[in-house]
Design a protein around this ligand. Structure first.
Ligand code: 5GP
Length: 209
């Protein structure tokens, strides 16, 4: 990664953080960016397309790709495999792209180990109640899946310290957030969102939940 002009940017955050919408907005704003399409074994949601949101593949196929060393990182999230294909990332970075990985925190941690210079950004809803409302409002998951995603959000926010910035995605503000991320990537200091300057974010987020 040090041999080329590209940048690696990880955007993580609890399910319901709206990070997918923010990432789409960054791609629409600025054509230096491209997005990694992950592989997953989970089933498609309405409106999702193979090769656009994800490569939807079987467990056997996922395990074959893993064994062949074709994944940069992977994780099992709520019983399903998710992983970043290595070849697309290498091509994008060598073309000088700003390559976004939209992945959960275990994957982010692996990227931090492999590429210490990557920029890691956590996008989160303002608080737990908003997170729960957004997950339910989506109407695409069963109650069991919603509960597991809510529980996972606790582990995710407990591991904030590996990130560079934490950015709150207020309702309706995804455009502003996309612009903020672009300016951070371009080197504008943004001290108020630095993780080290928000030491008790998780406590405030969960309150007495
Ligand atoms: P969803 O099922 O809501 O699309 O994704 C579930 C979680 O998996 C999200 O936090 C998403 O960012 C994460 N995810 C998607 N692709 C990958 C990947 O390639 N690797 C890892 N580690 N997580 C991923």
């Amino acid at each position: 990664m040090t041999d080329n002009k590209g940048k690696l940017i990880v955007i993580s955050g609890p399910a319901g953080s709206g990070k997918g919408t923010v990432v789409k907005e960054i791609l629409a704003l600025d054509d230096r960016y491209s997005l990694s399409v992950s592989a997953t074994t989970r089933t498609t949601r309405p409106g999702e397309l193979h090769g656009r949101e994800y490569y939807f593949i079987s467990r056997d196929e996922f395990e074959t790709r893993l064994a062949a060393g074709r994944m940069l990182e992977y994780n099992v999230y709520c019983d399903e495999y998710y992983g970043t294909p290595l070849d697309e990332m290498e091509a994008a970075l060598s073309e000088g792209k700003y390559f976004i990985l939209e992945i959960e925190v275990n994957g982010a941690s692996r990227v931090r180990e492999l590429y210490p210079e990557a920029l890691l950004i956590m996008v989160t809803p303002p608080d737990y109640d908003t997170l729960e409302a957004r997950l339910r409002g989506r109407g695409t998951e069963t109650e069991d899946v919603i509960q597991r995603r809510l529980a996972t959000s606790r582990d995710e926010l407990a591991r904030l310290s590996m990130f560079d910035h934490i950015l709150v995605n207020e309702d309706g503000k995804f455009h502003d957030l996309a612009e903020t991320i672009v300016s951070i990537v371009d080197g504008t200091p943004h001290d108020e969102s630095k993780v080290e300057n928000n030491p008790s974010f998780a406590e405030k987020f969960f309150g007495n939940k």
